[in-house]
Design a protein around this ligand. Structure first.
Ligand code: UD1
Ligand code: CA
Length: 452
């Protein structure tokens, strides 16, 4: 079996410099959805017909198994398939997909391929408003006779509600002859792929149809409005899958997964969370409202409170994060770590049970177990040119409003007094403090306003 993905159209109505099929849906280019669906059918070959702006598409979609075929100029869907013909395996079926129709289910296409096993099959749907689509014309016996494009259709044919989705499965051995006979003598002066349906009927081949489970499977993207509509469809499908796996979603209409979200048992996700890249939530993780997670692994039983932002980071089991915590790339937290509000961590490891509960910046640090980092603590990791590491050993206590001027080490069990500016290593099990001694001046008076 061959799959040919037609993607040479311009997509003018997107009003964008980005080629249409590269616009993201659920975090992935439209055409990548189609390619992934195609791969799900395990074809011998996947051919992509590209045209206008196509070099950008080719550069963006790097997969060694794809055959790229340039169609220049674009003279219609039949002409597009003709360009792919020399690259197809000669036997079996050729399945035609569109690069801008992203949500077709693999099972639907399997049914279409089954219907086409001895002939030709077209994926069709009944639309209340069929305007713009090619219509499926059937004979008195109800068999498909041909497809007529909207612009070539008689008023009677325009009243047909069964439309051609464009997705069809064809016997490859017949393609060369049929495509060779296409003419562009029609309203759009294009070579219509749809004309080969009538040719198959004339050759006494049975033409069958199959229908998708839902209409959203055959919706194409021609504008930002349609892209936004399909985004909601895609998100709802992902949400339904999560619910079926047992994930608790506060509202399946208010979650956005722009990548891969893997969840253990008893995970719960509150409203308005965004997941990007590959996110893993282990068993019983609770994600509060409005969290953003990108390429993150959250350990079992961890709780992320509202508005936490986590990117390229690992949270250990039973961690307690947020609200308003920011874990930047390279953050790795061990079991039971607490990170509170307005705490920013970057490229830092925290071992078990350590805490930074309020208003801190910890960057390029290695923090031991059971460390307490007080409010207002800052690692001064950057001197304007280079970055340096801070090491805080097990059981250290960092007083509030401390600056740790890296490179610097706080020894095991050390205590830093509040307000310390640490520029040299702090010895283990010792209090280190660097602030002016407090004095009180008795008899001091506040200045008085001078009378003139
Ligand atoms: C086509 C069908 C129509 C069907 C409709 C479904 C034909 C003649 N008509 O119409 O029956 O109802 O799709 O949406 O097939 N493309 C190329 N090269 C070309 C022309 C198109 O690669 O020269 C690609 C486009 O990128 C797109 C697909 O083919 O992915 C369909 O093209 P489009 O112009 O949208 O076809 P329609 O005229 O809408
Ligand atoms: Ca179209």
């Amino acid at each position: 079996m061959n799959i040919v993905i037609l993607a040479a159209g311009q997509g003018k109505r997107m009003h964008s410099n980005l080629p249409k099929v590269l616009h993201p849906l659920a975090g992935k280019a439209l055409v990548s959805h189609v390619i992934d669906t195609a791969r799900g059918l395990e074809p011998q070959r996947i051919c992509i017909v590209y045209g206008h702006g196509g070099e950008a598409v080719r550069a963006a979609i790097t997969a060694p198994d794809l055959v790229w075929v340039l169609q220049e100029p674009q003279l219609g869907t039949g002409h597009a398939l003709m360009q792919a013909l020399p690259h197809l395996a000669a036997a079996g079926t050729t399945l035609v997909l569109y690069g801008d129709v992203p949500l077709t289910r693999v099972e639907t296409l399997q049914r279409l391929l089954h219907a086409a096993r001895d002939s030709l099959a077209v994926l069709t749907v009944e639309l209340a408003d069929p305007a713009g689509y090619g219509r499926i014309v059937r004979n008195a016996a109800g068999d498909v006779a041909r497809i007529v494009e909207q612009k070539d259709a008689s008023p009677e044919e325009r009243s047909i509600h069964e439309i051609n989705t464009g997705i069809m499965a064809l016997p490859t051995a017949r393609l060369a002859e049929w495509l060779g006979r296409l003419s562009n003598d029609n309203a759009q002066q294009e070579y219509y792929l749809t004309d080969i349906v009538g040719m198959a009927v004339a050759d006494d081949l049975p033409v069958r149809t199959a229908q998708p489970q839902s209409k959203s499977e055959v919706l194409g993207v021609n504008s930002k409005v349609q892209l936004a509509e399909l985004e909601r469809v895609a998100q709802r499908r992902i949400a339904d899958q999560l619910l079926e796996q047992g994930v608790r979603l506060a509202d399946p209409a208010r979650i956005d997964v722009r990548g891969e979200l893997l969840c253990g048992r008893d995970v719960s996700i509150d409203i308005n969370c965004v997941f990007e890249g590959r996110v893993v939530l282990d068993e019983a993780v609770e994600v509060g409202p409005s969290c953003v997670l990108k390429n993150a692994h959250i350990g079992s039983g961890a709780r992320l409170a509202a508005f936490s932002h986590i990117e390229d980071a690992v949270v250990g089991p039973d961690g307690v994060i947020g609200p308003f915590a920011r874990l930047r790339p390279g953050t790795e937290l061990g079991p039971g770590v607490h990170v509170g509000n307005f705490v920013e961590l970057k490229n830092s490891r925290f071992a078990a049970q350590s805490k930074a509960n309020h208003l801190a910046y910890v960057g390029d640090a290695v923090v031991g177990s059971r460390v307490n980092i007080g409010a207002g603590t800052i690692t001064c990791n950057y001197d304007g040119a280079n970055k340096f590491q801070t090491v805080i050993e097990d059981d250290a206590f960092i007083g509030s409003d401390t600056q740790l001027v890296a490179p610097v080490t706080v020894g095991r069990g050390a205590t830093l007094g509040a307000g310390t500016t640490l520029t040299r290593d702090a010895p283990a099990d010792t209090l280190t403090i660097s602030r002016a001694r407090q004095t009180s001046i008795s008899g001091w008076k506040r200045p008085q306003k001078i009378r003139k």
